[in-house]
Design a protein around this ligand. Sequence first.
Ligand SMILES: [Zn+2]
Length: 507
Amino acid sequence: MKRNIILFYAFLWFLPVFAQSDSTVTRIIEIARTDNRTMQHLDVLCNRFGGRLVGSDAYENAANWAASKFREWGMQVEMDEVGSVPVGFNRGPWFGRMMGEESMSLHFVTPSYTSGTKGVQRGHVMAEPKTREEFNRMKGRLKGAWVLITGKSNGFPIDFSAESDHRRDSIIEANMKTMEMNRAGKSKDPKNYKAVEPFDEPALFYREMREAGILGIIQSAPVPLVALYDRNNIMDMTFENLPVTPDIKLDEHQFELIERMVKERRQVILEFDIRNFFKPGPVKYHNVIGIIPGTEFPDEYVIMGGHLDAYDVATGGVDDGSGVTPTMEAARLIMAAGGKPKSTILVMLFAAEEFGLWGSQHWVNQNTEKLGFISNMFNRDYGPLPPVSISVTEAMWNDMEQICRPLNNINPDFPFELKKREPIERPEKPWGTDSGPFAVAGVPTLSFGLEDVKGYNFSYREIWHTERDTYNMSIPEYQEHAAVVTAVVVYGMACLNHLLPAEGYYK
Ligand SMILES: [Zn+2]
C-alpha cells in the first residue's frame, strides 16, 4: 500500500511534464493531418524561385523567404554569413535546334557559371582537331563553327584557364612525340610494330579554337543530363573577365547522329540561344538558421536541417527540396502546436552544400563551443521517402522508445520501428552531405531509415544533380509524413531533461 502511494505521488510529479509534451505532440500530429504545408513550401522553392545555386538571385530569394517564414511562425532567425562568390550567376532559358531536312530540337544543358550565346547563334559543325596538322588544315573554317569535342560529359565544363591551356599544350607535344615514334616504328617493322594511341583530351586545341572564333564546344552527355558548375574558375572570375565560350553538353543520342553526319562531311547547321546571365559581385550567401529557444536548457541543442542550395539546371525539387521542406514544416508544426522545448531547436538550411559542404562546415567551425551540447543533428538529403525506422544505441534506447511511441499513431501505412545500432567509427573526413562535418566533430547524426513503402519506383540516381530534379519528382504523402515524424522526434528529444546519451554512438 505504502509503495503504491509513493508510486502514485511519483506519478503525479511526472505527470505535468509528460502531459505537456504529450499534448503538444498530439497537436503536432493533428495539425499535420489537417493542414500539412510541406508541398506548399516545395512549390514556392521550386516554382517561384527556381534552381537555388549559390550566387543566384533564386538562392537569395529562397533564403530571405525561409527566414521570413520562420519569423512568421514565431521563431528567431539568424542569417549566418558563410562567404561570398566574386560574381553571381542567373540561368535563363535555353534553346537549340538542328536546321535543315533532319530538323530537330536539341536536348542539352550548360554548366552554371559558363557563357551563354550572343543571342541566337547559327553555325556549321566541325569535329575538333586532334593534331597540329589537323588544326592547321581546318583553322580557316573554325570561325563561326560549333565544334564537337571528344569524351563524355561529367557535368563540369571544360576548364578554360591558362593553367589548363598549358596542360593541353604539353599533351599536344607529347602526342606529337608519340606519333613520331609510331611513324619510326612502323617504317622499321611495318608488320609487327604496335602503334601507341595518342592521349585523348577533350578540346585539346581549346585556346587556339577560341582565338579562331568558334561559337562554342559541344560534348556528348549521358541522359538524364547533368550540369554542375565551373568549380575550377568560379573564385577567380571577375565581371570584367567572364567566360566567353558556350560549353554545351548534348544528349548523347543526338550527338552520335550529328557526329556521324559531320564524319560524312555533310552540312550540319545548328542554332543555339542560351541565356546564361551573370551579376557583379561579391555575392554573399548565408545559412538560414531558425531558432526555437529552449525554456530550461537554452545552451543544449537538437538540430534538424537540409541544404537550401541546389543545381539550377532543374529546381532542386528533391535535392534538397526533399530535406528542406519537411524540415521547415516540422518547425512550423512545433510552433503551431505551441511547442515549448526545454532545449533549443536549431533549424538549419545550409548554403553551398553542392559546392562542398561549405555552409555546414562553416557553422561547425564557428560554433565549436556548442558541439558537445547537441543531442543529435538530423539531416535529410536522401530523397523524398518516408521515415520508417531509426537505429539507436543502447544508451539512447529508453529515451528514444518514449519519444518514438506516438509515431505509430500517425498513419497505418507507415509503421515505425526502433532498431538497435552498433557503435560506428567516427569519420576523419566528412561524408557527402551536411551531417558530415558534424560527425567529424563527434556530434551524433542519427538519421531515419527510409523506404519506398508504396513502391513509387523512385530512383535517386535519376534525379541526383540532373535536369529531372523538379517539383513533380517529389512524393507528397512521403514528404508530408517525413515532416510530422521529424517534428515529433525532434520535439521529443528537445523535451528531455538531459542530452541524449552519446556514449556508445562512436567507437
Ligand atoms: Zn543534396
